[in-house]
Design a protein around this ligand. Sequence first.
Ligand SMILES: C[S@@+](CC[C@H](N)C(=O)[O-])C[C@H]1O[C@@H](n2cnc3c(N)ncnc32)[C@H](O)[C@@H]1O
Length: 289
Amino acid sequence: MQQNKTQKKFWSGSGGEMWVKDQAVFDRRLQSLGNAALQKIEFKTGMDIVDIGCGSGTTTLDILAVVGEKGSVTGVDISQPLLQLAAKRVEISGLTSARFLNQDVQTKPLDASSFDAAFSRFGVMFFEDPTKAFVNINQALRSGGQLAFVCFQSPERNLWASLGQRVFEKHLGIKMYEDKRAPGPFAFQEKSYISAILEAAGFVDIAIEGVEKTVDWYSGISISQAVDNLLRANPIISEKLTAAVVSSRDLIRAKLETSYAEYTSGGNIRFPAAVWIVSAISSSKQDGL
Ligand SMILES: C[S@@+](CC[C@H](N)C(=O)[O-])C[C@H]1O[C@@H](n2cnc3c(N)ncnc32)[C@H](O)[C@@H]1O
């Protein structure tokens, strides 16, 4: 499970710290995309929900407000700094029926038949063995339990990624996103791959809907800070950049800043994004084991 260890290191280290620092920027960016997935779940007060890869707890809080104090939300994540922030935010909210687990969803099963629904906002694309992770999610759901999540389509359809990709390939010699299914933001870019995983994990009534939207990718920060955010978002890029000569670092920055300026409007840097909104129902059949 080398990949899962790499992910844990990233999300508990530099990646998690960056998400804590820029929590408001990430939330503004992901809110409307996450809401499209939240709408796929028929929430009722009193339901028990699991938020997979809950990060800083924004969607955990949103769901808590809907299921009420008679229901519950369990946020599961592998990032200590993000879980700490999530717990702090829930405490400030005064809502009491949330709990957080520092747990790898793929390698440690959740309590069986404990939830009415599982939700994730961009938290399910980082598993080395996604079928195993979704088998675990399925067994944690009660019979007929609902699943909904949002994940990215290909980097080519997500300019925020392909724009940087072109610059890094040309000036750092990094081939990014070569393996379409490698754990990372684009692991679920293929619709047929998502269906196959969910079917093998025992889900039925699988629906995958494409949504395209232009979103405020960076808001409330300058172009230079936005480029900083991009350069810190990927450990391979930050490592290569540190090793690169100053002139290439400056050139990369300048190229990115020029491209970002083209997409700036009203103080926000807006990029088109393409995502899959996935929903399914839990059944007891699990071929993936
Ligand atoms: C892109 S972030 C999304 C965070 C949050 N859902 C949000 O929308 O703000 C992905 C999250 O998935 C978590 N994650 C990655 N691999 C995981 C695993 N195997 N088990 C549980 N959480 C995981 C990361 O720590 C990170 O918080």
